[in-house]
Ligand binder design. Structure first.
Ligand SMILES: Nc1ncnc2c1ncn2[C@@H]1O[C@H](COP(=O)(O)OP(=O)(O)OP(=O)(O)O)[C@@H](O)[C@H]1O
Ligand SMILES: [Mg+2]
Length: 269
């Protein structure tokens, strides 16, 4: 789903401000929010990860297109990492080192782009200013302890992303908890933005949304009720709406169509 156009929402801007603050203060921050509201997407966007991850993974022979990635790495100076389920703490730290060095090298290339080579290599990892860990509930107590230790020794800023209640869980680790600088709640889309997103969906289905039109207003109300502004639910609902329209040879997206589409989906919350 990563190819779908990213929408710069208010929540994304709030996330960016939060990440910048954590980074500036060199602290540890927690970002929590319900499943599917857009936490992962925001964090990857912040880290330019959709571009950097494949580039670093491939790490092919250097060429002309590299400068673009060096500039991205230099701008974000962030590592985004998702621990595996049941990850071993040692592997986790090893992986993080790996990404930190690679992003550091890229940033370093950008910083020294106009200097003659070969030049003296410094400490690449120090270019990275922020580590974002997604799915942070997968971290074991040992992993959390290792991360805290890393933070203490290098002042690397960190963001731990998880579901609601993750901040409560971290309360049980006083050493980590006492170092937390910020706790940030990632919220669902507000009404205005929901309308904006719906407008795009309507267009994608070749229609125009008019909130002042009675039928459209009812459709909007139904979607609001069903998805509560949750991005993932919205993304899943629309293919079904499309299906219902096609099967029934309908032209208009009514609240009935939406109810029928929603009834096909398993919506658990
Ligand atoms: N800013 C955005 N623009 C467009 N689509 C988005 C955006 N944010 C999220 N989405 C859509 O919503 C889906 C869920 O987003 P995401 O995976 O980031 O949620 P999450 O909060 O990380 O959920 P989970 O807690 O389950 O990991 C994405 O696959 C994408 O389709
Ligand atoms: Mg996620």
């Amino acid at each position: 789903m990563r190819n779908q156009a990213f929408i710069v929402t208010k929540e994304h801007r709030r996330f960016t401000e939060f990440a910048n603050a954590v980074r500036k203060e060199k602290t540890i921050g927690i970002c929590h929010g319900a499943a599917g509201v857009g936490k992962t997407n925001s964090a990857r966007r912040y880290a330019n990860w959709d571009a950097l991850e494949p580039y670093i993974t491939e790490w092919g022979p250097r060429g002309d297109h590299d400068a673009k990635f060096y500039a991205l790495a230099n701008r974000s100076r962030t590592v985004f990492y998702t621990p595996e389920v049941l990850c071993r703490p040692k592997d986790l730290m090893h992986d993080i080192d790996y990404w930190q060095i690679k992003v550091g090298i890229c940033a370093d290339e950008h910083i020294h782009a106009n200097e003659p080579t070969p030049r003296k290599m410094g400490n690449m990892t120090s270019h990275v200013e922020l580590l974002i860990i997604d799915e942070a509930e997968r971290l074991t107590p040992t992993a959390l302890e290792l991360l805290r230790d890393r933070h203490d020794r290098t002042s690397l800023a960190m963001i731990l992303i998880g579901m609601p209640g993750i901040d409560e869980r971290f309360r049980h680790y006083p050493q980590l908890y006492s170092r937390l600088g910020f706790s940030h709640q990632y919220r669902a889309l507000g009404r205005e933005e929901l309308l904006f997103v719906l407008d795009r969906h309507w267009k994608r289905l070749g229609r125009t949304l008019d909130p002042d039109d009675f039928t459209d207003a009812q459709a909007i109300a139904a979607i609001e009720r069903i998805t509560r502004g949750n991005f993932r639910l919205l993304e899943r609902l629309f293919p079904q709406i499309n299906r219902v329209l096609k099967i029934n040879q309908l032209d208009t997206i009514t609240d009935d169509v939406i109810e029928a589409a929603a009834s096909i989906l398993v919506i658990g919350n």
